[in-house]
Design a binder for this molecule. Structure first.
Ligand code: MN
Length: 203
């Protein structure tokens, strides 16, 4: 889904979210690509999983969040591309705006594309187009290989996000529930809602 959809869905005089593509590539360090997982307490709580691909953040909403157990397949619903700046966004989106609710940066870091075919790395954009991508995350809470697998196409395109069975796989961990705080600010989602929500109403 294109990033135009991102701008079309939002009123930037009302939401504190970054404008579409305002940051350009200027603040970006080297050729490292980033991923971010944002906990989003909207009408239904979910985790927005985003990876940088060709200057934008490809995005999925993962209702249960990522698992560290390779046997757990997590549903991932594709959403519109988000601007790169969005990876730093934490705060409260007004209830009357698209995606209204509190956003917390749950995990963030670099990722590597490890999708291979015929001894070569498949470019990430192509891998996603083909519905199968392997990535290696270097986050604070989740790390190691993850597979993104498309399971249906068309109107109701669905993907699965599944931990690969590698050294970082651990069926006993459950970081979604045991490590709820923001890796950016150390705050809980309740604290963000309280602090940022209060700032808003003072204006
Ligand atoms: Mn969301």
């Amino acid at each position: 889904m294109s990033s135009k959809e991102y701008g079309r869905k939002r009123n930037f005089s009302r939401t504190p979210e970054p404008r579409a593509e305002s940051g350009e590539a200027s603040g970006k360090s080297t050729d490292e690509s980033i991923f971010v997982i944002q906990k989003h307490d909207a009408s239904s709580l979910h985790y927005d999983f985003r990876i940088e691909v060709d200057g934008t953040l490809k995005s999925w909403a993962v209702p249960k969040g990522p698992s560290t157990d390779p046997r757990e397949k997590r549903l991932a619903i594709p959403t519109e591309d988000h601007p790169l700046d969005y990876a730093d966004f934490e705060g409260v989106i007004p209830e009357d705006q698209y995606g209204g609710g509190t956003v917390l940066v749950w995990d963030r870091g670099a990722y590597e594309n490890i999708t291979e075919k015929d001894d070569g790395v498949v470019p990430m954009s192509k891998a996603l187009e083909q519905g199968h991508a392997l990535i290696k995350l270097h986050g604070k809470k989740v790390s190691g290989g993850y597979a993104l697998q498309r399971t249906s196409k068309g109107e109701n395109t669905r993907w699965l996000l599944v931990k690969m069975d590698d050294d970082e796989a651990d069926a006993r961990r459950n970081p979604v529930s045991t490590e709820p705080k923001s890796v950016l600010s150390g705050r809980t989602i309740e604290e963000i809602a309280e602090e940022e929500g209060a700032e808003k109403s003072e204006k």
